[in-house]
Design a protein around this ligand. Structure first.
Ligand code: C2E
Ligand code: MG
Ligand code: MG
Ligand code: MG
Length: 290
């Protein structure tokens, strides 16, 4: 009996494994098709200056709205895109679309400060990636000072000499660079000092329990101090409560981003938010200013 139960379990396991494999192959094909048909969307999350309460940037976050599966998280399909070589067209689509929308907003008199675009590990290591960025800037006519590229701490520290070279090439284009998810990787401070970066983004795992004065608060405070010592801006990710912003402001953090201020929004909702905010500027409780 035990034997047959074991066998059943084994068969069950095999079946599960096959479905996952078939699933990911299906997804890969669909991902390919969706990129080709431009069925991806971007959402935009405001970044707020803590002192003024104003929007100083937007982070572009890619969304895949699948016909049957619903919304697929970038945490699931970015790794798939990296493994299948689709990260190059996907990354280019994201960058181009983000720059194009930002330029269109500028032309209509809306200046959100900067547009931040995430780069995957493989993407920013691509040879001549800076050429791709340059041609997208030229094509969309976006001035480079409006563009910020985000790379994660772990991807920057992996082969750091090469990363420094790549970041220097990008920095020479006149755009800004931010280190994302800071605190979750293993930074060498010697390297960090040599990166031509403008901003550290404190990972949201350290922002969660920030007002309770435990070890997460100590880490967040250390990152803020480190950023200031290196003359960098510092932004806290994942701010969900006003208390967290108060704490962060008291420790000298420059910028915040999180659900408390706004979830990542599709363009129409972003513009509606900005317009309603303008209309209600004088009423109490308005948190976003532009
Ligand atoms: P990230 O760059 O660190 O982006 C922040 C993530 O935190 C976003 O998840 C955002 O929706 C979420 N978030 C923002 N505020 C809050 C908050 O207050 N509470 C909580 N719980 N979460 C918050 P999302 O959009 O699912 O993206 C996840 C990750 O996928 C991103 O992390 C980024 O690493 C990657 N990603 C997203 N878009 C792109 C893209 O266009 N290219 C690449 N290469 N990666 C992307
Ligand atoms: Mg990011
Ligand atoms: Mg992050
Ligand atoms: Mg993240």
């Amino acid at each position: 009996r035990a034997k047959s139960a074991g066998k059943n379990r084994y068969e069950f396991f095999l079946k599960e494994m096959k479905t996952t494999l078939v699933d990911s192959l299906l997804l890969e094909n669909e991902l390919r098709r969706c990129i080709e048909n431009e069925e991806m969307h971007l959402h935009y999350q405001p970044q707020i200056d803590l002192r003024t309460g104003r929007i100083v940037g937007l982070e572009a976050l890619v969304r895949w709205q699948h016909a049957e599966r619903g919304m697929i998280s970038p945490m699931d399909f970015i790794p798939l895109a990296e493994d299948t070589g689709l990260i190059e067209p996907l990354g280019e689509w994201v960058l181009k679309h983000a720059c194009e929308r930002f330029q269109a907003w500028l032309m209509s008199g809306l200046n959100f400060g900067k547009i931040a675009v995430n780069l995957s590990t493989k993407q920013f290591r691509l040879r001549r990636f800076e050429q791709t960025v340059m041609s997208i800037l030229m094509e969309t006519r976006l001035a480079p000072q409006y563009l910020e590229l985000e790379i994660t701490e772990s991807s920057a520290m992996e082969n750091a000499e090469e990363a420094i070279h790549m970041l220097n090439c990008l920095s020479k284009l006149g755009l800004s660079l931010a280190i994302d998810d800071f605190g979750t990787g293993y930074s060498s401070l010697a390297y960090l000092r040599r990166f031509p970066i403008n901003k550290l983004k404190i990972d949201r795992s350290f922002v969660n329990d920030i007002d309770e004065d435990g070890s997460d608060s100590a880490i967040a405070k250390s990152i803020i101090d480190l950023a200031h010592n290196l003359k960098l801006d510092v932004l806290a990710e994942g701010v969900e409560h006003l208390d967290q912003s108060h704490w962060l402001l008291s420790k000298g953090c420059n910028q915040v981003q999180g659900f408390y201020y706004s979830k990542p929004l599709p363009e129409a909702q972003l513009l509606a938010l900005v317009n309603s905010d303008r209309a209600e500027r004088d009423s109490a409780g308005v948190r976003l200013l532009l």
